[in-house]
Design a protein. Structure first.
Length: 327
């Protein structure tokens, strides 16, 4: 079976620089990976009309030299009003009938991606998640009632999605993913179902969702339904590296320096060391200060020398207080 296509998103600003880091780390850590790297670029029209979205020419040339193909698409349904919807609509740029893996752009490849057994994988997604949705109201419905209403909406078997090793009404009993990576055998089928069901729930949510917010969680609400409907589920042990030693979803460069391992830092800095990458990446303030001026190691890392808080919020607060945060 051929290696899957990798899909990330990029547009003007932070995402184009994160795309450079992704592509550079892929070539550094997985030089034998034979799948295509496709970078979906929303166009400044449709749901992104009036917004500057096109990747800069210098970035475009660098990504091309790193073996990435930039694929434009027009967002019709989400765009600036719900940027997370890009990952739903961008699946349309992939060749139908061929396996794919979507990654959030703020991901670092840290190991041999070519050795991950994608050919044996059912549709699945990242388990590096927390119980962010739903938030059951005091007087109900609970987790089961909320999730079952969605499975019923689309004619899915709810009981077979449950992790029965977890207690009733504990959030981990119910199929829930982080949308930082997800994969499947056919992006056309996956993407159309993802889009149709997301629009259905956004425009006409079941009454059990009356107290729930769908922004920014809509993609993560619909993702498990799509995966379950296509015969997938929680990832098996073969995919463990995608939430472990093969990829790192760092989410934000200051957070990477605050909480990731020394090995992750070493991979990042080695991957972006070549001059052709450095020349462009230095134009992005976080990379300039944290990577190339060494402030990530000399200033950010020491802030947490006595240990990391267990929650992300105080980490962010400490970074902002000390001037080491960029949105």
């Amino acid at each position: 079976m051929a290696a899957p296509s990798l899909l990330i998103l990029a547009q003007q600003g932070r995402l184009e620089f994160e795309a450079i880091i992704f592509a550079a780390s892929l070539r550094h850590c997985a030089p034998d990976f034979t799948g295509r790297l496709i970078i979906a670029e929303p166009q400044p029209e449709g749901a992104w009309s009036g917004h500057g979205t096109r990747i800069g020419d210098d970035t475009r040339a660098l990504l091309d030299s790193l073996g990435a193909a930039i694929a434009p698409f027009t967002a019709r349904h989400f765009g600036a009003a719900y940027p997370y919807g890009n990952k739903i609509e961008a699946l349309s740029v992939l060749p139908p009938g061929q396996p794919f893996v979507f990654f959030d752009t703020d991901t670092l490849i840290t190991g041999p991606l070519d050795l991950v057994p994608f050919d044996k994988a059912r549709p699945a997604a990242s388990m590096r998640r927390k119980g962010t949705w739903p938030v059951p109201p005091l007087y109900g419905p609970g987790y089961a009632g909320i999730w079952k209403s969605l499975y019923d909406r689309f004619g899915l078997d709810f009981p077979s999605s449950l992790d029965l090793s977890q207690p009733d009404e504990h959030w981990e009993r119910y199929l829930y993913f982080n949308a930082g990576w997800f994969l499947g055998p056919d992006p056309a089928v996956f993407g159309q179902r993802f889009l149709d069901w997301a629009l259905s729930v956004r425009h006409d949510p079941p009454e059990e969702l009356a107290c729930q917010t769908l922004d920014p969680w809509l993609d993560q609400v619909i993702l498990p339904l799509v995966i379950h409907s296509l015969g997938g589920g929680r990832p098996g042990s073969g995919l463990a590296g995608l939430d472990g030693d093969v990829t790192c979803h760092y989410r934000n460069l200051p957070l990477l320096y605050a909480r990731e391992s020394d090995r992750v830092l070493e991979v990042l800095e080695a991957a972006v060391a070549p001059n052709r990458i450095k020349r462009r990446l230095r134009e992005w303030e976080p990379a300039k200060r944290l990577i190339y001026q060494g402030k990530g190691r000399s200033k950010v890392r020491p802030l947490f020398a006595d240990g990391l808080p267990s929650r992300e919020k105080p980490i962010r607060q400490a970074l902002k207080k000390n001037g080491w945060w960029w949105d």
